[in-house]
Design a protein around this ligand. Structure first.
Ligand SMILES: Cc1cc2nc3c(=O)[nH]c(=O)nc-3n(C[C@H](O)[C@H](O)[C@H](O)COP(=O)(O)O)c2cc1C
Length: 333
């Protein structure tokens, strides 16, 4: 039984040969979609697990914390490793290493995704991420190489174009399909928009019409109604949720934040915290959890009062005492 009450006896869609049993997926998010958060979302109903993006240079050069980004829990399958670079050969070599499980022994992805959407200057200005949208011939070369040499399905996550004057999403989507991509996730903004303005769901619908591979619609899904509206508006195979999932991972269980029972907030938060402590160690685990606590607890009236203590303590027991104080105050959002 799925969180929305339907039973996906049949897969909702396939990525190449890989069945996906659900239509809501946690976005890849650098600094957020780590093992603890991904696995929590997956257990709540997210249908796939995308890693944070990983640079091909770091993969080939032995980036020190690389293993942290590649490990996952068994229940996370299907697992997608997302990679970025602007060089087709480097991307291929990195993807082959990942496919062979050479970097984190015992951990292999089910799918390789190429990031064509990162708007960060350090990535896009060197022609990687959304920078690749300016060089469609390189996108074709990357996907030709990867789909020819890898056994795993290869997918892409795109934006609508570099800027308003170059919204080439339909050209890019067709290139991706023609060169073997098994799925396209579309964030309905251009690179120059960053996170401003409104995601263009009409453009996502155009991509769905233009290709026959599955499309994940992405951008500005904040509520359960938004999830349903984006699907209905575009006909996409599924929706990808980023920022709102950080504030409300229970969206994957089809609950808006105001509908989440206090006990469930408490149990999810503590499970998430515990996974952070186990996975990153007591010090870093708590440190990294602060940003999640910040969003989980924001809707409670006492939070603004206790925020500083909660977000600065380095003692897990003290942290839990403060969390309990906040949770005992009225919910205001
Ligand atoms: C903090 C942060 C980190 C992100 N990191 C990645 C990333 O590593 N790879 C990627 O494809 N997109 C990344 N994104 C973009 C999201 O996946 C998503 O496309 C975007 O946030 C729009 O969806 P939303 O409106 O549901 O948040 C990131 C977004 C945020 C806010």
């Amino acid at each position: 039984m799925q969180p929305d009450g339907s039973s996906f006896a049949l897969p909702a869609f396939f990525v190449g040969p890989i069945p996906v049993y659900g239509t809501a997926v946690l976005s890849p998010m650098d600094g957020y979609s780590d093992l603890p958060f991904r696995s929590i979302c997956r257990e709540l109903g997210s249908a796939m697990s995308y890693s944070e993006f990983i640079g091909a240079i770091g993969i080939l050069g032995g980036y020190p914390h690389l293993e942290d980004k590649l490990v996952y829990l068994p229940q996370e399958h299907p697992v997608v490793y997302q990679i970025f670079d602007n060089d087709p050969d480097r991307l291929l070599e990195a993807a082959l290493h990942l496919e062979a499980g050479q970097i984190a022994p015992g951990y292999k992805p089910d799918i390789i995704d190429v990031n064509l959407g990162c708007s960060d200057r350090s990535v896009s200005n060197r022609g990687a991420g959304a920078g690749l949208l300016r060089t469609p011939h390189l996108i074709a070369e990357i996907f030709q190489k990867l789909t020819r040499h890898l056994h795993l399905p290869v997918t892409a996550k795109i934006r609508l174009g570099w800027d308003h004057a170059s919204r080439n999403y339909l050209e890019v989507a067709r290139i991706l399909e023609d060169n073997g991509a098994a799925l396209i996730a579309v964030h309905g903004r251009t690179r120059s928009q960053g996170y401003t303005g409104k995601a263009d769901w009409d453009a996502i619908a155009e991509v769905v019409q233009a290709v026959s591979i599955p499309v994940l619609g992405n951008g500005d899904v904040r509520t359960v109604a938004d999830m349903d509206r984006l699907k209905a508006h575009t006909g996409c195979a599924g929706v990808m949720i980023g920022r709102s999932a950080v504030a409300n991972p229970w969206l994957f269980a089809r609950l808006d934040r105001g509908q989440v029972a206090l006990d469930q907030v408490r149990s999810t938060m503590y499970a998430h915290l515990q996974r952070n402590l186990d996975y990153f160690g007591p010090h870093l685990g708590l440190l990294r959890f602060r940003k999640n606590a910040d969003t989980y607890l924001r809707p409670y009236s006492l939070f603004s009062e206790l925020r500083h203590s909660l977000l600065t303590t380095t003692d897990v027991d003290q942290f839990k005492v403060l969390v309990e104080k906040v949770l005992s105050s009225p919910f205001i959002a």
